[in-house]
Design a binder for this molecule. Structure first.
Ligand SMILES: Nc1nc2c(ncn2[C@@H]2O[C@H](COP(=O)(O)OP(=O)(O)O)[C@@H](O)[C@H]2O)c(=O)[nH]1
Ligand SMILES: [Mg+2]
Length: 334
């Protein structure tokens, strides 16, 4: 389950009065190493652990300290990237779905989502494309007006190179263009506290939203694998399994040939390659099982609620008779 860190409240902005409205929650998404935790720590004066080297260190949902911005209480939600070094995409999807469905189930909507992308990346890597796709599927196009696409690490590129990359990201159909066209706003983050607040400020003044994944899991009662994000992940696993199956068949044919030639060294190499493929196949099967068996918290709560509801319905007449045999009308009240 997600950890909730809420040790104190930090004041920013003009007034030190107690915040007037409900706390605004803003989630931060993006690749591992995009600077999500650093952004959150800076904005909220929190001390969530920041990544060192290539290892990711946020493999659970973490909440920042609550801070005051423009007289509003704000909490930022740190999410693990879909390229975590210790958890598979299915595990990350389950963690994110669990958190988002539980929040929505309890009536807590997000004010916005921030998607971070390193401008220092000289190409849109596969992991960046995957994270962007998950971000879009989890939010859904209707929620993009409450989203900010933020480029980070401007200090690691020359202003000219950064501006050229930004232009490309803005204008290409498979990068940020469709997201911006649907209402998301593009920001540059210069690693200062002022810039974090400039990005968060417009989001907290909007009405809170329901993300597509929250509607799918809670309102429509879908299981994780039936959602748009879960379905795409299952499709990817199936495509990989097919590719590996074809590779295995090719190796079998090759093995038959080298056995005829009594080439023992090549036989050993093919056997090793087969073994590796079989292990990958096994991991893919586990990954598929994870998605197929995933049930979001909200769904579990709804199920257990309906189970207890059923028990109450069933036992209520007997219980009422024992307590007060004369008040028969009570039997119908649940
Ligand atoms: N140069 C530079 N490094 C940054 C910036 N923001 C974060 N980092 C570093 O990038 C690494 C990954 O940051 P982290 O916040 O853990 O990324 P996360 O995985 O998205 O949470 C850490 O070593 C940070 O110190 C930035 O704006 N400029
Ligand atoms: Mg992090």
């Amino acid at each position: 389950m997600h950890s909730i860190i809420r040790p104190s409240t930090t004041m920013f902005g003009t007034s030190k009065d107690v915040a007037k409205s409900l706390p605004a929650h803003v989630a931060v998404m993006g690749c591992t190493g995009a600077g999500k935790t650093t952004f959150i720590n800076l904005a909220s004066n929190s001390d969530l652990r920041v990544g060192v080297g290539l290892e990711s260190c946020t493999d659970a949902i973490q909440m920042s300290k609550t801070f005051i911005l423009d007289d509003m209480e704000v909490t930022l939600v740190d999410t693990p990237g879909f390229d975590d070094t210790s958890k598979s995409d299915a595990e990350i999807l389950n963690i994110v779905c669990d958190f988002l469905s539980s929040e929505y189930h309890h009536g807590r909507r997000l004010h916005g989502v921030i998607y971070l992308h390193r401008i220092s990346d000289n190409r849109m890597a596969g992991s960046a494309m995957r994270n962007l796709r998950f971000f879009r599927q989890l939010c859904g196009d209707d929620a993009l007006t409450n989203c900010a696409v933020v480029t980070s690490m401007w200090d690691s590129v020359s202003p000219q190179v950064g501006a050229e990359r930004e232009e490309e990201l803005k204008s290409k159909e498979n990068f940020f263009k469709p997201i911006l066209d649907s209402g998301a706003t593009l920001f540059r983050h210069d690693n200062t506290i002022e810039s974090t607040h400039q990005i968060i400020r417009p989001l907290i003044h909007k009405a809170p939203i329901a993300l597509a994944i929250q509607r799918e899991l809670v309102d429509e009662g879908k299981r994780v694998f039936e959602t748009s994000a879960g379905n795409t992940l299952l499709g990817e696993i199936a495509a990989l399994e097919k590719k590996h199956q074809e590779e295995l068949q090719r190796l079998e044919v090759e093995m038959a040939e080298v056995m005829e030639q009594h080439d023992e060294e090549t036989q050993r190499e093919i056997e090793e390659a087969k073994q590796e493929l079989l292990e990958t196949q096994h991991r893919l099967e586990q990954e598929r099982e994870r998605i197929l068996n995933a049930t979001s918290t909200a769904k579990r709560q709804t199920k257990s609620n309906s189970f207890f509801h059923f028990l109450r319905l069933f036992f209520r007449p007997f219980w009422c008779c024992i307590r007060n045999p004369t008040r028969k009308e009570d039997h119908d009240i649940v």
